[in-house]
Design a protein around this ligand. Structure first.
Ligand SMILES: Nc1ncnc2c1ncn2[C@@H]1O[C@H](COP(=O)(O)OP(=O)(O)OP(=O)(O)O)[C@@H](O)[C@H]1O
Length: 229
């Protein structure tokens, strides 16, 4: 289980997260939404052990999160061109050398499912195919937590659908959790179990999707819009 306890994060004097407390259980697909600059990337990086809280605690299975502790967390950054000089196969081999939980067979299976050639050089791929490669490399890890920073951003509807299908097909909801930040809430809502809404570095709401539908009688998108009005 991942927990944030009273976490704040400052970049010099700029406060990006402000007293965030939450729990991310195993076996859930959780959306992380909020306006630009609300702290989504900061939160994901913190859960991945890339950033350390200025105050408060980030905890994974009773251990403070550091890079080493977060080795069982698969983080996918929102940056586009990563490792441009590698072929897809070389990228997977690199991941295999870096991550104990990397499952080459699974990564290759995902690449095949997403119709990506292992021999393709990453720099020659279209942006959509680079998005597919990123997902294949990330889901290729048998991690308990996948932290995906805007996996759908800037991609066409076909790619977005491929990625969404890949998320469902290649993760095991018995024990794996996906936390994904997105601005495309309407599109990902059918995938989600829970939704976290950030505003100016604070958790405005953290709810189960079913609860939103049952209690408020509206979909998550309409509910989120109502929060900001
Ligand atoms: N390295 C940094 N140095 C200074 N300020 C930063 C740094 N990284 C982020 N910030 C600031 O922290 C705040 C939160 O940024 P963050 O990237 O976490 O937000 P976000 O919700 O992911 O935004 P977006 O939706 O635009 O990707 C913003 O005001 C941002 O300008």
């Amino acid at each position: 289980m991942i927990e944030l306890q009273g976490v704040s994060k400052y970049y010099r004097s700029k406060r990006a997260l402000n007293g965030v407390s939450l729990t991310l259980p195993r076996g859930k697909v959780i959306g992380l939404v909020g306006e630009n600059g609300s702290g989504k990337t900061t939160m994901l990086k913190m859960l991945a052990g890339i950033l350390i809280p200025t105050t408060g605690f980030a905890i994974l299975d009773n251990n403070k999160i550091t890079r080493r502790v977060a080795s069982s967390v698969a983080y996918m950054p929102d940056t586009d061109l990563f490792y441009p000089y590698f072929t897809v196969k070389q990228l997977f081999e690199f991941y295999d050398s870096q991550y104990e939980d990397f499952n080459m067979k699974k990564a290759q299976e995902i690449a095949e499912y997403l119709v990506i050639s292992l021999d393709a050089k990453i720099s020659t791929l279209s942006k959509g195919n680079r998005g597919r490669v990123k997902i294949a490399a990330t889901l290729g890890r048998d991690a308990a937590y996948y932290l995906l920073d805007e996996p759908f951003s800037g991609l066409d509807p076909m790619v977005r659908e491929d990625i969404a299908r890949g998320l469902i097909r290649f993760t095991d909801t018995e024990w794996q959790t996906i936390l994904l930040s997105t601005h495309e809430i309407k599109e990902v809502e059918p995938l989600l179990d829970e939704l976290i809404v950030l505003k100016e570095g604070q958790v405005l709401a953290h709810k189960e999707i079913d609860e939103i539908r049952d209690k408020y009688g509206i979909d998550a998108t309409a509910w989120m819009i109502s929060l900001f009005r």
